[in-house]
Design a binder for this molecule. Structure first.
Ligand code: ZN
Length: 451
């Protein structure tokens, strides 16, 4: 008897979903329970990521000799000043050529003072960095892409030695440059900001300055993707190579379901959809042992931030003086990078950023309404999300790392737009549940996890 009722409930729910699916999906879109279909506009933009352009950016950045935070700001051929000029000039040309009807990109040079409190500085000075804003047509939220301009050699205070920084972090800068070039050609609902920060090697000072400004000015930041070293595939010492995996580090200070962890899962999902030949590995750590990155500056200010980083690291490259010693060549030069790998990582970034910038916000106040009842159902409620054309309820087992692509037992997790309650015959004790809002085109937003 119970079994029959259960089946009837499942069938009724599947029928309701079929209606929702018809009303909010484009022809050929995903059916109930499947992952959303790929958006041809996103796929088209990703296809335009150019290996030739990326190589040129890295070569031109390396040609600036050093981008050390304390290097010259007046020499047009080298140093941090020339690097910021170079990035601003490139982005300025793309801003001028932005697609008609798209809000114009804004280029802002910023600076901050260093050295008053000591640290890795030998003087008090103003340090430049750059912020490029690609305004969204709606722009209630901001998605931040970040990479660091500055480079170093073994001696972190040496501001004049050749410090090419091809991978660390020319690779991240190349990602941001391609983002500005390509996203200035497409309309997005939400705003994307590219932060070219300095002071990373001296102690994350440039990102700390911008994170404090974001907090003080109340930037509506939804996600921060820090790209630091995304173009190397060789592990020095072990000689392992991995050119089909990239790590996304997410901290867990607020538990398995921290917002950073949701963002990391989202990047993995969109990568699987749009860049299936590269795997995002979820690394449940803030960063590598004994090291950090600019995403932590934003985490400390309470923002949702992750780090994208190559799977293998080459310690004969990073932070080395360029030299040959005992037959081994050291130094972070472009010839040791893997550019097809870098291109795939740039595509992974753009897939996540575009999908987020086209999707509705995460639902707020997602609650298990029957949490205190002896009831084998799960009843979820949430606040309506502006711009949501439908909702989807994913779940995962309590030891599961990822949201399942569909609810178990063939149940549907689809909910039509007007509804903000969901009831299903799965026990709230056996799963984690979330709710995500979908745009009319089927772009899924970040999940709001049921508490
Ligand atoms: Zn770095």
């Amino acid at each position: 008897m119970k079994r029959i009722l259960f089946r009837a409930a499942a069938a009724a729910m599947a029928a309701a979903v079929a209606v929702a699916a018809v009303s909010c999906r484009p022809a050929g879109g995903a059916s109930a329970g499947e992952a959303p279909a790929a958006d041809p506009q996103i796929a088209q933009t990703l296809a335009q990521v150019s290996i030739d352009s990326v190589k040129v950016y890295v070569d031109e950045l390396v040609a600036l000799h050093t981008r050390h935070t304390l290097s010259t700001q007046t020499d047009p051929q080298q140093g941090i000043g020339a690097a910021v000029d170079y990035l601003a000039a490139r982005c300025g040309r793309w801003a001028q050529a932005a697609a008609p009807g798209r809000p114009k990109p804004l280029i802002e040079r910023v600076s901050y003072s260093v050295g008053e409190q000591g640290g890795r500085y030998d003087r008090v000075t103003q340090v430049p960095e750059l912020m490029v804003t690609l305004p969204g047509t709606e722009g209630e939220r901001e998605i931040l892409l970040m990479a660091h301009i500055d480079t170093r050699v073994r001696d972190v205070m040496d501001s004049t030695a050749f410090a090419p920084g091809a991978d660390d972090d020319g690779s991240g800068l190349a990602c941001l440059l391609e983002a500005v070039r390509l996203l200035s050609q497409v309309p997005l609902r939400q705003t994307v900001k590219c932060l070219f920060v300095s002071g990373e090697e001296q102690g994350l000072d440039g990102s700390r300055h911008l994170a404090a400004r974001a907090r003080a000015e109340g930037w509506p930041v939804q996600a921060v993707l820090n790209n630091d070293m995304i173009g190397n595939v060789r592990a020095s010492g072990t000689e392992l190579r991995e050119d089909r995996k990239v790590r996304v580090f997410s901290e867990s200070r607020s538990g398995e379901d921290s917002d950073s962890r949701q963002l990391a899962r989202y990047i993995r999902e969109t990568a699987a959809r749009y860049v299936p030949d590269q795997e995002v590995v979820l690394n449940y750590r803030a960063d590598r042992y004994g090291r950090g990155g600019d995403h932590s500056s934003f985490q400390r200010e309470g923002f949702t931030a992750v780090r994208v980083c190559e799977y293998c690291e080459d310690y004969e490259r990073t932070h080395q003086d360029v030299r040959t010693e005992d037959g081994t060549a050291y130094g972070d030069l472009p010839e040791y990078m893997d550019f097809p790998y870098l291109v795939r990582n740039i595509r992974i970034n753009l897939a996540a950023v575009m999908s987020l910038a086209l999707a509705p916000a995460a639902p707020a106040q997602v609650r298990i309404a029957n949490a205190r009842e002896l009831d084998n159902h799960t009843v979820l409620t949430w606040d309506p999300v502006p711009g949501a054309a439908s909702y989807q309820v994913p779940c995962r087992e309590t030891d599961g790392a990822e949201w399942l692509p569909a609810l178990p037992l063939g149940l549907s997790g689809q909910v039509p737009a007007g509804q903000t309650e969901f009831r299903c015959p799965l026990s709230k004790d056996n799963y984690y549940f979330a709710v995500r809002a979908l745009s009319a085109e089927g772009h899924p937003g970040l999940p709001g996890v049921a508490r």
